[in-house]
Design a binder for this molecule. Structure first.
Ligand code: ADP
Ligand code: MG
Ligand code: ZN
Length: 476
């Protein structure tokens, strides 16, 4: 292939909001209940039923807008997007087209090309549709309206993303922000975060945009990465053959690892949007904005800045810890108790990350308390736990939130500070290894590692390696 291509990607991300009730009625939003139990005339589109806007939805959208540097349309409005689909009982979806609540924001991401700013075109509020159940009965489909009317925020990016690493970094960033704000748990697998990937390719250096396709049904980061690679290849192949890319919506089949055309791309005009006459415009005054700003938590960027100056943490530690708000809070509480920011950071970035990954858990699933982490750090500090045994205690703490001191004592992991025993063991090991001792004395000081290992083995790992090292050097 002679020509070089670059990808241009823009995302439409739907985030399901964690409000207690739906966007236009009082039905609960709870997930996983018996079909059609959380429904009423409004969210099933009965004639004559009238929607009433849930104020929390606007609060959540404004919080997300503020965290992503958006401008606010102080007068915003809802529009009807008209289309027929069996899970859409009104034959229209209440959404926002002309005056969306937020616009022109940005987030910063770290992808393969380093730190880049991804612009947000706009953000709007809308209602979710119901759900079709296809496989329960032969030859027929069922519909569950529990999800109908659950509030969504759609976040539309500018076409600023250039590869899969940036797409994932962008989604992780949005997820982190939503979780900091407590407005959504953003789980791709459960559908509380959904991403449509708009992708085009163009010759490297070209300033004009190529024709894009939109891919739907991507419910994991892995699926997104695979779908992007396959679509890039498909489009480049078409262009290389002198063919054109059709603007269309494609559905990704992650099992077969290919996408197929669903429909040619519809236009906003096709939906015959018009302002919803049942809902008055929303006026967001300064007082309302003031309340939003006063409730805003300390966000990741601010925390990173503070961790660098207040705790003197390296940047990478600060970034990792603040990726999720619950780890950041765990860290801050631990430091308050033990006064050891770097030690606390090491446990949270090292062993914690490793165990989370190993167990397929998320930061929100962490169960050990700051008290216990602080206690563990202090036991190591006092020399009662060596690093190897501290890891054992930590693992028990990670899985069952055990009390470190009690666990250490019950499992005989406490470091022996019996100096007599240490002296005798060292003497015995030196006597048993005359060759190594000679090597050491003739200048090969590296062999001390072997001797330390022998002593540790004899003392069943319960000695402090630093103390062992000192004792050996002394005797030699
Ligand atoms: P529509 O409303 O028809 O879906 P939009 O203009 O709202 O189209 O764009 C939807 C998404 O597609 C946005 O995230 C935008 O950044 C992205 N996008 C638009 N044009 C292109 C293109 N040529 N290549 C890649 N992405 C694009
Ligand atoms: Mg769109
Ligand atoms: Zn309802």
């Amino acid at each position: 292939m002679s020509k070089q291509y670059e990808m241009v990607i823009g995302l439409e991300v739907h985030v399901e909001l964690a409000t207690k009730t739906k966007i236009f009625c009082g039905c609960p939003t709870e997930f996983g209940k018996e079909p059609n139990t959380h429904v009423c005339p409004v969210c099933t589109g009965m004639p004559g039923a009238l929607p009433v806007l849930n104020r929390s939805v606007v609060d959540y959208a404004l919080a997300l807008g503020a965290a992503t540097h958006c401008l606010v349309n102080k007068l915003c409005r809802f529009d009807r997007k008209n289309y027929f689909y069996p899970d859409n009982p009104q034959n229209y979806q209440i959404s926002q087209l002309y005056l969306p609540i937020c616009h022109d924001g940005w987030v910063e991401i770290d992808g393969a090309a380093g730190r880049r700013r991804i612009r947000i075109h706009e953000m709007h509020m809308e209602e979710d549709a119901g759900k079709l159940v296809h496989d329960a009965w032969e030859d027929s489909s069922l519909v569950d309206f529990n999800r109908s009317g659950v509030p969504l925020i759609e976040i539309v990016s500018e076409p600023d993303l250039r590869d899969a690493s940036e797409v994932i970094a962008y989604l992780e960033k949005l997820r982190s922000i939503c979780r900091y704000l407590g407005i959504s748990d953003c789980k791709l697998q459960e559908g509380s975060m959904r991403a449509d990937v708009n992708l085009s390719v163009r010759e490297l250096g070209s300033k004009t945009l190529g024709v894009r396709t939109e891919m739907k049904n991507l419910n994991s980061f892995k699926a997104i990465t695979r779908a992007i690679a396959a679509e890039r290849e498909r489009q480049i192949e078409l262009l290389e053959e002198g063919k054109i890319v059709l603007q269309e919506t494609r559905r990704w089949d992650d099992n077969k690892e290919y996408s197929y055309a669903m429909r040619s791309k519809e236009d906003a005009r096709d939906y015959r949007y018009f302002p919803d006459p049942d809902l008055p415009p929303v006026l967001i005054d300064d007082e309302w904005m003031g309340q939003v700003h006063s409730r805003q938590p300390e966000m990741q960027e601010q925390k990173i800045g503070r961790y660098l100056s207040e705790y003197q943490l390296p940047y990478e530690d600060a970034r990792l810890i603040t990726d999720s708000r619950c780890v950041a809070e765990l860290f801050e509480e631990t430091v308050k108790l033990c006064g050891q920011p770097k030690k606390a950071a090491n446990w949270l970035t090292g062993e914690t990350t490793r165990l989370l990954k190993e167990n397929g858990m998320e930061a929100e699933d962490i169960c050990f308390s700051p008290e216990n982490l602080a206690e563990l750090i202090q036991l190591v500090e006092k020399g009662e736990l060596n690093n190897q045994n501290a890891k054992k205690v930590f693992e028990a703490m990670f899985t069952q939130n055990v009390k470190p001191q009690a666990y250490m004592e019950a499992h005989g992991l406490k470091t022996v500070i019996d100096n007599d025993l240490l002296e005798k063991t060292v003497a015995a090991v030196l006597a048993a290894n005359p060759k190594t001792v000679d090597e050491y004395r003739s200048g090969k000081t590296k062999v001390i590692g072997f001797l330390v290992g022998q002593v540790m083995k004899q003392m069943r790992g319960k000695a402090d390696p630093a103390a062992v090292n000192r004792q050996i050097t002394e005797q030699l």
